[in-house]
Design a protein around this ligand. Structure first.
Ligand code: HEM
Length: 411
């Protein structure tokens, strides 16, 4: 699979979806320059250059440089079968200035202090908490956290809100909109949250949960395995096609709508009985959604679930013809316009599909350091993880130039 159109467009600033819809301001640029983090450049004249993908060292990212130099890196966490939460992470209900968002497991991490209880986290903290609390691998947790950062964080400090924009997150390169930001990561057709078109895309909806429970009863003996999630995903898609005039089901929809559902059987059953605990039941799953806490006596998995596992799950969903969701978009109700996508049917292609699709957060309307920083997150953080796991072909992938005295120091 060639990594061409989307990332080339990102490099050229041609995408319509934007993580930071405003240009980097002169004021922000001067702030960076004062810190010695940028030098003079002429953004619009930047030639694209090939992605220079570094290798992982011992499976880990190398220190970040240039505009990303101030961001802390995640570290590998102890991955063993263990009781979660431990004594150091008791549940505390969110206080008046603590914020919660659209990811039930991020909210649970915040309620237990695996990430900051106020809901303002960082790239490293979220990736570390994800490993500690759920037993997902360093590669997948780092990738998810990088995606969150690209979608709605501040690329210079690495801070992000797990909800909407927040004054506690700086807007160094442009507005940091938080994980709620629709498009780069947040999608239509989620599980327990509404589509952005209807207004609130981040609050838990009990009626959705009741539907999910009905699917569990009908298709999975009351359990929450992939059999019922595939049916629920297709039904949610059908409903969105019928009711959301702006429903968008492109590559990102496919990647995220599958990943979030496949995560349930991968992360939420209690693993007390060993690495294969079976299908999660209501006792395992409901506390995460209804109370944003862990079930009593819950053991996280000891064998990390990583990017390779996720790629396999994507293939499992995409190749299930009964629940296949045709890529396309609504241009008004009753006018679903399909488009063709090269969907992966084996895990290697699925891994590279995830990279191509999710690393493309778009850069429409952006110039200068914001575009450059997005390219650097893709180059320095995301691509090495996929090079390590899948050895994707990056030969057709470009990023904005940092050469010829026009870029970021060390970038
Ligand atoms: C740093 C790590 C993570 C980040 C930044 C993150 C971010 C997000 C975002 C932006 C969404 C919204 C997607 C949508 O619009 O449907 C989401 C949803 C979701 N995430 Fe996470 N996530 C992380 C880790 C995890 C983990 C480890 C799990 C494991 C179970 C998980 C489970 C889910 C689920 C189930 C949803 C769907 C919620 C619903 O609609 O009901 N996430 N996450």
């Amino acid at each position: 699979m060639k990594l061409t159109a989307t990332l080339l467009a990102l490099a050229a600033g041609l995408q319509v979806t934007s993580a930071f819809p405003h240009f980097a301001t002169e004021e922000n640029y001067q702030k960076l320059a004062a810190r010695g983090m940028v030098k003079q450049r002429a953004p619009s004249n930047n030639p694209a250059r090939k992605l220079e993908v570094r290798d992982l060292i011992g499976g880990l990212l190398q220190p970040l440089t240039g505009v990303l130099a101030a961001i802390d890196l995640p570290t590998p966490q102890n991955q063993v079968l263990e009781l979660v939460p431990d004594a150091a992470h008791p549940y505390k209900a969110p206080g008046p200035t603590d914020i919660r968002g659209l990811c039930p497991t991020m909210n649970t991490m915040a309620n237990h202090g695996y990430i900051s209880r106020n809901g303002i986290t960082t790239f490293a903290e979220a990736a570390n908490g994800c490993q500690q609390a759920y037993g997902f691998g360093y590669d997948l947790c780092t990738f998810l956290s990088a995606l969150g950062l690209l979608a709605g964080g501040d690329l210079v400090t690495g801070k992000m809100s797990i909800s909407g924009p927040d004054a506690r997150v700086p807007n160094t390169l442009g507005p940091a909109k938080g994980l709620d930001n629709h498009g780069p990561f947040e999608i239509d057709g989620s599980m327990s949250r509404n589509d952005t078109y209807f207004g609130d895309n981040h609050s838990f909806l009990m009626e959705r949960w009741n539907t999910i429970r009905d699917f569990a009863k009908k298709y999975d003996n009351g359990n929450f395995g992939n059999a019922m999630w595939k049916k629920e995903r297709k039904a949610t898609y059908d409903k969105a096609v019928a009711t959301n005039p702006e429903f968008y089901a492109g590559a990102k929809y496919i990647a995220v709508s599958i990943a979030e559902r496949a995560f349930i059987p991968r992360a939420l059953p209690t693993f007390k009985g060993g690495p294969s605990p079976g299908i999660p039941d209501a006792f395992n799953v409901e506390p995460f959604f209804l109370n944003e806490t862990f079930p009593a006596n819950w053991f996280k998995r000891g064998d990390p679930y990583g990017l390779v596992g996720l790629a396999g799950d994507v293939v499992d969903y995409v190749t299930d013809l009964d629940t296949f969701t045709k890529p396309g978009q609504n241009q008004g109700i009753g006018n679903f316009v399909p488009f063709s996508l090269d969907l992966p049917t084996e895990p290697y292609a699925a891994g590279c599909f995830l990279f191509t699709t999710l690393a493309d957060v778009g850069a429409g309307g952006l110039e200068g350091e914001a575009v450059h920083a997005i390219g650097q997150v893709v180059e320095q953080i995301m691509a090495p993880l996929f090079k390590g796991a899948f050895n994707c072909d990056f030969s057709g992938t470009n990023t904005p130039s940092s050469g010829s005295g026009s870029g970021v120091n060390g970038g």
